[in-house]
Design a protein around this ligand. Structure first.
Ligand SMILES: [Zn+2]
Length: 318
């Protein structure tokens, strides 16, 4: 089978600078170099979110120049950064980058490694995510959310393999520990050793006071589409003590919205027994009005009803 030609970011037409740090100096950005990664506060954060980036959420791969802000989702090839920081058209930015060793560099880069052959298991850093994109509408629609919900939740997409990419981050620093790759036929943790049970998906992107704990990270995006912006995912029904403590550190109340199956119900019963009276108000999602087995299968109005009528820990049937 003939491999499809590289498109978009991977095409030869997207120039890569000869020297990434020299270009950053030239466009007036301050940065710190750490191995093959460059860190700095996100230069477009304020324009995108209305708030200045107080942490160095932004990183650039010093080899290829792909960049990524884990906080606001700003990401792309180096030429886009030049376009935005200098506020010039894309074509001018491409000329600018090409004039700085871009052509020689891109030939060297493509000769050395095709993006599809990059071994993502070796280097887990923020720039590893730069080849992933906002999930396409068709994939999102199957899950009843929009690409902007995925983007706001921090869910990405591998366009080469048609897979969801779910970043897994340190709860305290936001540093990337790895990610999950999945579609209907495939599932993998990269690296296998990452301790998902010590963190929660959604902890770095929530924008609301009412936490809703679900099993699947994709349901965090689904909740956003239904108007709930503080979904957290435990990566399964086995909610750990560390994960509950994290919720208590960030929220006063959590609606436990684990799946309505045997594992989910047993986990609810255990959480009720172990966590009532420990400084976090627990409520349990109401499934009485629906045949859905998790919030991801509910309509918007079913989700609203299920959250509004969540049981207190006293009334819960578990
Ligand atoms: Zn940002």
């Amino acid at each position: 089978m003939v491999r499809a030609k590289a498109k978009g970011w991977d095409a030869v037409g997207t120039p890569i600078p000869g020297n990434v740090t020299a270009c950053l100096d030239e466009i007036g950005l301050d940065y710190k170099v750490n191995g093959d990664e460059i860190h700095m506060p996100c230069p477009m954060h304020e324009a995108r979110t209305g708030k200045k980036d107080k942490h160095p959420s932004f990183s650039i791969n010093s080899d290829a120049g792909y960049f990524n802000c884990f906080s606001c989702g700003y990401r792309g090839p180096f030429v886009v950064l030049v376009k935005d920081v200098l506020d010039i058209p894309y074509s001018d930015a491409a000329v600018w980058v090409r004039g700085r060793g871009g052509i020689e560099r891109v030939k060297k880069f493509l000769a050395k490694k095709q993006p599809s052959q990059v071994d993502t298991t070796k280097h887990i850093n923020e720039a590893s995510l730069a080849l992933y994109v906002t999930p396409p509408l068709a994939a999102c629609a199957e899950r009843m959310f929009f690409p902007q919900d995925a983007e706001a939740a921090g869910v990405l997409w591998d366009p080469k393999r048609d897979m969801w990419i779910v970043p897994v981050r340190c709860p305290d620093t936001g540093m990337l520990w790895g990610w999950q790759e999945k579609n209907s036929r495939y599932f993998r943790n990269r690296p296998n050793s990452m301790t998902k049970s010590k963190t929660l998906f959604g902890l770095h992107t929530y924008e609301d006071d009412l936490a809703i704990l679900v099993e699947s990270p994709l349901d965090v995006a689904r909740l956003r589409a239904a108007g709930y912006k503080a979904g957290l995912a435990a990566f399964g029904a086995g909610v750990s003590d560390a994960q509950m403590s994290l919720i208590r550190d960030h929220f006063d109340t959590v609606v436990i919205a684990l799946d309505n199956d045997k594992a989910g119900v047993e986990a609810c019963a255990r959480l009720r027994k172990e966590w009532v009276g420990r400084g976090l108000t627990l409520r349990f999602l109401d499934y009485s009005h629906t045949s859905a087995k998790d919030p991801g299968d509910m309509t918007d109005s079913e989700i609203t009803y299920a959250v509004d009528n969540a049981y207190s820990s006293v009334l819960a049937r578990f």
